[in-house]
Design a protein around this ligand. Structure first.
Ligand SMILES: Cc1ncc(COP(=O)(O)O)c(C=O)c1O
Length: 421
């Protein structure tokens, strides 16, 4: 175990004030829940808000509700490169995962393939705004309206982001955010459903009324986890949890046995200052992203807009080997540059058999070459210098350990589909 300053890949700090509000939440009954709900309604301009135990619980609840509205449709179309929690929730809801390959320059659906993928069995399409990069919502909504398919926006990583002035999560028929670790605002674990549709709101309400609150002892455990997280997420201490393999930090899992509950008043207490935290996190990340983009001269991040409030800054590098070297060097130096999802959804072992014979080459290309740069408030000038040295092309003062012939694949080059020599 090496004792050294280590940056977490992403981090949403919890202050003493937040922890105190969480503690008061144990005594506050439902007032903190009401206040959080009202605040979300006002900020997002939505009529219905439901607060649940995680993003995947939110997705599961929405899917069950949509299924109750259109029981003859059983397929959910998702991007072939996304968080493994997404197919977990679909399977848990008793629906069928269908995949569409992606566009490497935005991680959004490949629009042409999306048109072919939406059929009369499709219940909903789930655009996912990965890293906060807005999906092309106008095109997706138009296509789905034509075919009578719901648009379920997965804004787990995009709370507060906008597309054409409109807040992500509120553009489709229904959307959700995650309050999990490493998101914009966290209470350890939590999810928020938003919709303006009366019909969908009523259907979700029927499902939601069956959900229980967590037991007090589980809630106390969650609170203790939040206290630990608020301490150990700091770079001076993060090397401790990062060195404990059983914590499985940064790993993504397919687990369709998760519990779906309501958010507790304690968790709502931890989030009571969410609006200020969201705006401050977005402003820090925007500035960090812009500084990195300036320093990484001419090399565009995925998404291609340096002024986005990215959750982490994603780059496609030239080869699998280069990705491995960058991540290994970052790990040694405690810099927090990491890969994202290690393989496409069709390779998730629990569901891989359903996609035998199908290929999602761009999703695989991205899984093999994507690295993400941390953008949170603890990234210092010195950290940025070190990260830039790891990532810059040969001949520009790059790090010898990770050098490649051409280092960062420009988004403008699009999908290359094969490794560069
Ligand atoms: C795109 C996406 N969807 C859904 C989820 C699930 O959210 P949660 O971790 O709160 O269950 C995540 C979580 O990281 C995510 O990144």
């Amino acid at each position: 175990m090496r004792v050294r300053r280590t940056l977490p890949p992403s981090a949403a700090p919890l202050s003493l004030r937040d922890l105190w509000s969480g503690f008061k939440g144990f005594l506050a009954g439902e007032t903190y829940l009401k206040s959080l709900e009202e605040g979300i309604k006002e900020y997002f301009g939505v009529r219905h808000v439901f607060l649940v135990s995680s993003g995947k619980a939110a997705l599961y609840l929405i899917l069950r509700s949509l299924k109750s509205l259109r029981p003859v449709r059983s397929e959910v179309l998702i991007p072939a490169y996304t968080c493994f929690s997404v197919p977990s929730a679909i399977v848990r809801a008793g629906l069928k995962v269908t995949l569409c390959d992606i566009d490497a320059s935005s991680l959004d659906f490949d629009q042409k393939l999306l048109g072919e993928g939406v059929t009369n069995r499709t219940l909903c399409v789930v655009p996912n705004h990965l890293f906060g990069i807005p999906s092309r919502m106008d095109d997706i909504v138009e296509l789905c309206r034509e075919r009578n398919v719901f648009v379920l926006e997965d804004a787990a990583q995009a709370m507060g982001g906008r597309h054409g002035g409109r807040l992500l999560g509120t553009i489709g028929d229904v959307g959700f955010f995650s309050l999990g670790r490493g998101k914009s605002v966290t209470c350890g674990s939590g999810g928020i459903i938003v919709t303006n549709s009366e019909v969908i709101g009523r259907a979700i309400d029927r499902e939601y009324s069956r959900l229980a609150f967590p037991r007090t002892k589980d809630d106390v455990v969650e609170y203790m986890k939040a206290v630990m997280m608020s301490l150990f997420i700091r770079p001076q201490l993060y090397w401790i949890p990062a060195a404990l393999p059983f914590l499985k930090l940064g790993r993504t899992f397919f687990d369709s046995g998760f519990t779906a509950m309501r958010l507790s008043p304690m968790q709502a207490g931890l989030c009571i200052d969410w609006r200020r935290r969201l705006e401050s996190a977005m402003s820090v990340r925007k500035k960090q992203a812009a500084m990195f983009c300036r320093r990484l001269k001419g090399q565009e991040p995925v998404g291609g807009v340096s002024s986005l409030p990215y959750l982490r800054l994603p780059f496609l590098v030239e080869s699998r080997d280069r990705k491995r070297k960058i991540c290994a060097a970052s790990n040694r130096k405690g810099l927090g540059i990491t890969q994202m999802y290690p393989f496409p959804i069709n390779d998730v072992p629990q569901i891989a058999h359903r996609f035998a014979g199908a290929a999602f080459p761009v999703a695989r290309f991205v899984a093999e070459r994507l690295v993400t740069i941390p953008l949170h408030e603890w990234v210092s000038d010195k950290d940025r210098d070190e990260m830039v040295r790891l990532l810059l092309p040969a001949g520009s003062g790059h790090d010898r350990e990770t050098a490649g012939s051409f280092d960062v694949v420009r988004a403008a080059d699009g999908f290359v589909g094969k490794e560069r020599a």
